[in-house]
Write a protein that binds this ligand. Structure first.
Ligand code: ZN
Length: 418
């Protein structure tokens, strides 16, 4: 079976706390940009990623630490930028807990080595204690998994900032995480993403895996033409990749990058399976071809409702999976779109569908992640906290009146402003 590690990627500071500020740059913004980019890369590879924030909001270190503990993530990386007074320092460094048994240090070194390869001075892995002899950084003191507090570079050093690029920094961090927490796979499905895009002219086992998977998907999607599984990436393979990308709402460039690979992995999981049409808790089928919106009905709507409920599993209140796209389903879709930075129009088009499929297609992984926590995964259709004193039905109905709907909305919004 494929082992997909769970990683907490946290952004330091946020909201009313800008962190270090220098030369018009705010630490909280750089931290967030890097955190979001690392998250995208890891998710593209198939990792389950936990964030503390994905927008510019306040964070609470104790809450964030508890969340990571409750979810039993395999490792945690919190992104910061360094700053000092006097002559600006330079380079990258990381802090780990004094309780670390070696894994956090290994992770920190893997990341620092890759950042150093970008030209930053490697200042090494450190510990920092408070007056009580405990870790000075709360996120290291209050978590119990290997955790790294990363100071990417000095925000007050113009040459560090000239070298600083969000995407290359994020790639270095993601590569370091992958080195120490690799995806291990078995079976006859897709292996982990090889690390570089695969395109016309490439040859080998990875290309053969892609062709094999595309042929399996083609059984359900005739717009993908059948390929000879010869391990040679030619124009026909490219056209099949483009057809695949169009079906699943990916950029149709004919190149297999991490996102397209992750989708192939989802369609042809390691260890077999993947040909089914989606059981009651199985992965979403492919986009039905027409946008789903208020007034839509049918099995595709039921799949959307099921997935939204699946993603908001810890909630006591769930959408009724009745296949009727009403205002509550619309509200839940809008919330989902906001969180995943899609256009929040309440319409499930190819992109929203692909994102829902991505979140629900990991099936057991996502479910397990949600079950252990009770508070981490977004609760789209509910207030998520029992005994909140409100009196909305446990199952939200599409025929709810306008006030009930507004209350639902407010309750949902409340969950994302922490
Ligand atoms: Zn900081």
């Amino acid at each position: 079976m494929t082992n997909l590690p769970r990683i907490a990627v946290y952004a330091g500071h946020g909201g009313s706390d800008p962190g270090a500020v220098s030369g018009g740059l705010r630490e909280k913004d750089l931290n967030l940009a890097v955190s979001n980019a690392v998250t995208a890369i890891l998710r593209g590879w198939g990792y389950t990623v936990l964030n503390n924030r994905t927008t510019d909001v306040d964070r609470n270190i104790t809450t964030d630490a508890n969340t990571a503990n409750q979810n039993r993530v395999d490792a945690l990386v919190e992104i910061h930028q360094n700053s000092n007074s006097g002559t600006p320092g330079t380079g990258t460094e990381a802090f780990v807990s004094i309780r670390d048994t070696g894994r956090a240090r290994a992770l920190a070194n893997a990341i620092l080595n890759r950042i150093a390869a970008l030209g930053f001075r490697n200042r090494g892995v450190k510990t920092q204690l408070n007056a009580q002899g405990q870790d000075a950084f709360g996120i290291l003191r209050q978590t119990n998994m290997p955790a790294v507090l990363l100071e990417c570079a000095f925000i007050n050093n113009p040459s560090d900032m000239a070298r600083f690029d969000v995407n290359t920094m994020a790639q270095a961090i993601a590569d370091g995480i992958r080195e120490v927490y690799p995806i291990t796979s078995g079976g006859d499905g897709m292996p982990p993403y090889p690390g570089t895009p695969i395109r016309v002219g490439d040859r080998g086992e990875s290309v053969m895996q892609i062709q094999r998977c595309l042929n399996r998907v083609a059984q359900r999607h005739p717009s993908i033409q059948r390929l000879t599984e010869d391990g040679i990436f030619g124009p026909r393979t490219r056209d099949a990749v483009i057809a695949f990308q169009n079906i699943f709402g990916l950029t149709p460039d004919g190149v297999i990058g991490p996102l397209t690979w992750a989708r192939l992995l989802q369609e042809c999981p390691a260890g077999g399976g993947g040909d089914g049409g989606g059981g009651s808790s199985g992965p979403m089928p492919s986009f039905p071809g027409v946008n789903l919106q208020v007034g839509s009905r049918g099995e595709s709507v039921r799949q959307v409702q099921h997935c939204l409920n699946h993603v908001s599993q810890p909630c006591s209140r769930q959408l009724r999976e009745d296949g009727v796209f009403g205002p509550l389903t619309q509200a839940a879709v809008i919330t989902f779109q906001r969180i995943y930075e899609l256009t929040p129009d309440g319409v499930v088009g190819p992109r929203s569908w692909a994102r829902l499929a991505q979140e629900c297609g990991r099936g057991a992984q996502v479910a397990a992640f949600a079950h252990e926590s009770g508070e981490v995964l977004p609760c789209f259709a509910c207030d998520g906290s029992a005994g909140d004193g409100n009196s909305i039905d446990m199952v939200a109905r599409e025929d709810g009146n306008a006030n009930g709907l507004l209350l639902q909305f407010l309750l949902m919004n409340k969950l994302f402003t922490r």
